[in-house]
Design a protein around this ligand. Sequence first.
Ligand code: SAM
Ligand code: FES
Length: 364
Amino acid sequence: MRSNFTMPDNLKHLIDKLNDTRQLTKDEWIRLITGRTSDLAEYLFSLAREERHRHYGHDVYIRGLIEFTNYCRNDCLYCGIRKSNSHARRYRLSEEDILSCCKAGYELGFRTFVLQGGEDAYYTDEKIVCLIRRIKERYPDCAITLSIGEKTFDSYQKFFDAGADRYLLRHETYNAEHYSRLHPPSLTAAHRQECLWNLKEIGYQAGTGFMVGSPYQTPEHLAEDMLFIKKLNPQMVGIGPFISHHDTPFADQESGTLELTLFMLGLLRLMLPKVLLPATTALGTIHPRGRELGILAGANVVMPNLSPTDVRKDYLLYDNKICTGDEAAECRKCLEERMESIGYHVVTARGDSLNIESIQNIAQ
Ligand code: SAM
Ligand code: FES
């Protein structure tokens, strides 16, 4: 934590302004992020919790994460499963494997399945559509979230028509120049953002987000991220610290901090009070109580892993990832206990976003 235990009046005033108006100017975001202190953070978290309790009470939604392929055609510089990492042991789950993860998850009380993977051409649109249909046939009361990267408008539309409800696609960083330092030239910030607008237009509950403390990130970049998120008005925002992976070009870069990630979570809750905000596995990786602290800063979702244990260690986006050895049931129980220990309760519910003004369709 920072050693500065003060709460400058001008910055407290900015938090009050954010709480009243739900927005700040770029310059105000920069000042707030740059000048933050631990006292200011405590004040922010108390307001963030008030908003969270007003809309979502003490409920914590759980999402069953199924990491179904670690093949990827992309080469994001920070990512452990980038295509150039020849040390990654590649795997794909079959449709039957994925369905058995859903079965186990359903029995444990999960009502959202998140299908996440690298951008893997093996899973054609037809295969994804078929998978979505089969999951929906068996579990009509569950939501399906996709997190499979950048696709065409038509592909997104097909998945939506087949029954996908939500889509997670972090914009990673809004600033084009910063984006180009984290990605190969084939990937652009503009295209990533265009995908998000397309997802919203189709009617998905859309999720964006960014890494905190990614290499070369400045408070100005974070300010631009906040302005973009405000404009996009997504239903979900996933943020977590950047953590280095030993087999990437960023192996020697410093990881993001718990302190700044928590501060950004609090700010996001105040800016978009009804947003679904996960306390991510990356947060739990950099601190033993990272996820609990994330909930106390304003988050309201956790995403335990439902992937089969024999492939967990191969979906390694960053070093020292937690929960790679535990069975789904153990992860579920562990998180339930962690949440109870801070006065929150894991619930069995789809957990749709209450920020639905900007969505055309929401399955009941
Ligand atoms: N391929 C999909 C996509 O592009 O959205 C989903 C998988 S991708 C690995 C999911 C997220 O992991 C990314 O959006 C990125 O923010 C995060 N991630 C990747 N490498 C990371 C790292 N080293 N530290 C923290 N987060 C990381
Ligand atoms: Fe594709 Fe990370 S580079 S998932």
